[in-house]
Write a protein that binds this ligand. Structure first.
Ligand SMILES: [Zn+2]
Length: 139
């Protein structure tokens, strides 16, 4: 599953990348460009803009209208399969796949940002657990 996200959904885009999903987010893209990229690269377009959503559907692009301004609610609504093996594998800034630099330190080969499981991971893991909660109620 690959995504392209409109300019209003920056936080959601960051989280999709964090969860390992290939996600294009570029504020400079206009509606037609978003639709074209979604179509050419077989991406699901996520938008808060009802007009853009309808336009995408008319162009035979998979699209989802995001109603909530809360990215956690939006993520839950998407009901994505969460794959442990890809969580944290992608740069949240630029979408590139991270490479291990040293033990437990990952580097983005594109923008150079370093990642490690510091304090902020507590919050990330808590949110991932919350997301999982609704996905597998029985486990
Ligand atoms: Zn990067």
């Amino acid at each position: 599953m690959k995504f392209i996200v409109d300019a209003m959904l920056g936080r959601l885009a960051k989280w999709l990348r964090l969860l390992g999903y290939d996600t294009i987010y570029n504020k400079m893209l206009n509606d037609d460009e978003l639709i074209n990229i979604a179509k050419n690269e077989n991406r699901i377009l996520l938008t808060r803009d009802e007009f853009l959503f309808k336009k995408a559907i008319k162009s035979n692009v998979s699209a989802k209208l995001i109603s909530s301004t809360d990215f956690m609610i939006a993520l839950k609504e998407l009901n994505l399969p969460l794959d442990e093996s890809i969580i944290g594998s992608r740069c949240t800034i630029c979408n590139a796949i991270l490479v291990e630099e040293k033990t437990n330190i990952w580097k983005c080969p594109n923008c150079g940002k370093l990642y490690w499981q510091g304090k902020h991971w507590k919050d990330i893991n808590r949110r991932i657990k919350l997301l999982k909660g609704d996905n597998n109620v029985n486990s």
